[in-house]
Design a binder for this molecule. Structure first.
Ligand code: NAD
Length: 363
């Protein structure tokens, strides 16, 4: 039997609540007998800082270095709580960006998926959402503005200033584009390139590199769209998109819009893949507004387990079964609080949703 090691980082806010449901799913897959998973829990994010003085403590680094894959809950504190922590140790700067840098997880896969049977969750009109939504956003995750040179200071006239640099080299651009073309090849053969070359020089280089990489994929039709227009188009007609590729910050923002057109960020899992290691996380934050209430939607975290099963362990059948179980629970008429806006929805709390997924997987 195959054995895999997993680091489970529950995170902050709703993180521990949805991570518990992810763990139930990992356990039920193990119980089916095709693989054994050794899960080690470790502190990461705001809670880790409060316990140890470090948002990404050395002990957690060692756990993550040693495992086959990492699954993490969202991290982050409310603005008020975050402001009490030194800027460099605030959860994203102190934990998330260092994790991405350490494992060079440059390829972020963010599926924006709502099957026809669940189209009623979308706030878009039925004639727009039609047969459902099924697109894949590929976000570059370790370059651009988030990782460029940063400087704060006071100038000669006494004014405070800040400088943040949007940096990419051609190698960084080429490797994410190869990932995107590869995904487009597996899907419908259409790739939307999201850019801002009318203003940003970084997008001019991005598009030049795209022309070069595209030569390796003559069968793929490339469509260029400016990021602001892409935001509108995602609301007006998301069905025109299949695979979309974009730089880091554009992907951060547009993928939350993706959650919006599905009906909730709770429907957004993601995979962050590097050359040697991948980690998996919901695309959303720690939702301090609902933390501790037991009402968070664990789909994003359980979907991240499905992505891990497939991408890190090659367990395609198990991944497919998890997606089917997630959809099946909703298709029975159940909803979590974030989605249960319509009349007649049978609302499930976080743990009950996880239990129903597990029942389906076990059954
Ligand atoms: P958020 O994504 O946490 O929440 C936005 C809205 O979506 C909230 O109303 C929240 O209740 C809802 N929501 C999100 N996930 C949900 C789920 N699974 N079920 C039901 N509702 C859900 O964004 P925010 O409030 O701007 O950020 C909160 C914290 O998260 C901040 O500290 C931010 O820095 C951090 N953050 C972390 C990550 C990460 O860990 N990768 C990503 C984004 C934001």
């Amino acid at each position: 039997m195959k054995k895999y090691t997993i680091a489970l980082l529950p995170g902050d806010g709703i993180g521990p609540e949805i991570a518990a449901e992810a763990k139930k799913v990992i356990d039920v897959i193990q119980a089916q007998g095709n693989a054994q998973f050794e899960c080690t829990e470790a502190a990461f994010g705001g809670n880790a800082y409060l316990q140890t003085g470090k948002a990404f403590p050395q002990e957690t680094i060692e756990v993550c270095d040693a495992v086959d894959a990492i699954i993490k809950g969202p991290i982050g504190l409310s603005k008020e709580e975050s402001d009490k922590i030194p800027v460099d140790e605030q959860p994203e700067r102190g934990a998330l960006l260092p994790m991405r840098r350490r494992y060079d997880t440059f390829a972020n896969y963010r599926p924006v998926y709502l099957p026809k049977a669940l189209a009623h969750f979308s706030p878009l009109k039925p004639e727009v959402v039609g047969e459902g939504i099924d697109l894949l956003m590929i976000r570059e995750l370790v370059g651009g503005l988030y990782f460029g040179h940063k400087e704060r200071g006071t100038d000669d006239s006494g004014q405070r200033f800040v400088r943040e640099t949007l940096e990419y080299d051609e190698g960084q651009i080429a490797r994410i584009l190869h990932v995107a073309f590869g995904e487009a090849k597996k899907r419908k053969g259409i790739l939307h390139n999201v850019h801002k070359s009318n203003v940003l020089l970084s997008s001019v280089l991005w598009n030049e590199v795209l022309e070069e990489v595209a030569a390796d994929y003559p069968e793929i039709e490339v469509k260029h769209i400016i990021v602001d227009a892409a935001a509108t188009a995602l609301c007006l007609d998301p069905r025109q998109f299949d695979v979309m590729v974009m730089e880091n910050m554009m992907g951060d923002i547009l993928s939350d819009l993706g959650g919006g057109i599905l009906g909730s960020l709770g429907l957004m899992p993601s995979a962050c893949v590097g050359p040697e290691k991948a980690y998996y996380e919901p695309a959303h934050g720690s939702a301090p507004d609902i933390a501790g209430k037991g009402i968070a939607n664990p789909y994003s975290m359980i979907g991240s387990v499905a992505l891990m099963m497939e991408t890190s362990f090659g367990m395609t059948e198990e991944a497919r079964a998890i997606w089917a179980a997630l959809e099946g629970v909703f298709a029975e008429g159940f909803a979590t609080a974030d989605l249960g806006r319509g009349e007649g929805a049978k609302l499930l709390d976080t743990a009950s949703f996880g239990d129903k997924v597990v029942e389906r997987l076990a059954g």
